[in-house]
Design a protein around this ligand. Structure first.
Ligand code: IDP
Ligand code: MG
Length: 149
């Protein structure tokens, strides 16, 4: 079992695509174990995207992710990290496979709708950055029937 952090970024909220995005992950078979709307602070944004500090697009990325609220969630399931990355599609929507979220609903890398953790250490770090332990429901632990193979 894995957990991953997903953000429906400001453009997803502005375009009214949060339900569509959550629905794709739910239909895929992942369970929501935490979910909230929040405005990301510059401090959290810089920590979240720390691997990109110093890159030419970093300042624009921070101002984009902090501009208006995001929907943050933790999803759980077998191979949740890889499954979410595939469901999201390539970073540049121009290269994203049709059928993926970015491949179906986005056109530019600067407005690519969704964030998904890229590894187990990233997922742990990012979940801790966005959620208190008490916000992560124990629900999924006792209700395996939805995704039990
Ligand atoms: P990911 O979101 O697919 O994991 P990363 O390489 O981690 O992609 O980049 C984080 C985010 O930074 C991307 O989702 C995108 O919004 C933005 N970004 C990445 N590369 C560029 C770029 O070359 N120009 C503008 N924005 C970029
Ligand atoms: Mg990334």
């Amino acid at each position: 079992m894995e957990r991953t952090l997903i953000l429906a970024k400001p453009d997803a909220v502005q375009r009214g695509l949060v339900g569509e995005i959550i629905g794709r992950f739910e239909r895929r078979g992942l369970q929501i174990v935490a979910l909230k709307l929040l405005q990301v602070s510059p401090e959290v944004a810089k920590r979240h995207y720390q691997e990109h500090a110093g890159k030419p697009f970093f300042e624009r990325l921070v101002s984009y992710i902090t501009s208006t609220p995001v929907a943050a969630m933790v999803l759980e399931g077998p191979n949740a990290i890889e499954i979410c990355r595939c469901t999201i599609g390539a970073t540049n929507p121009a290269a994203a496979t049709p059928g993926s979220i970015r491949g179906d609903m986005a056109v530019t890398v600067g407005r690519n709708l969704v964030h998904g953790s890229d590894s187990e250490p990233s997922a742990k770090r990012e979940i801790d950055l966005f959620f208190e332990k008490t916000e992560l429901l124990g629900y999924a632990r006792e209700n395996r029937w939805i995704i039990e193979a």
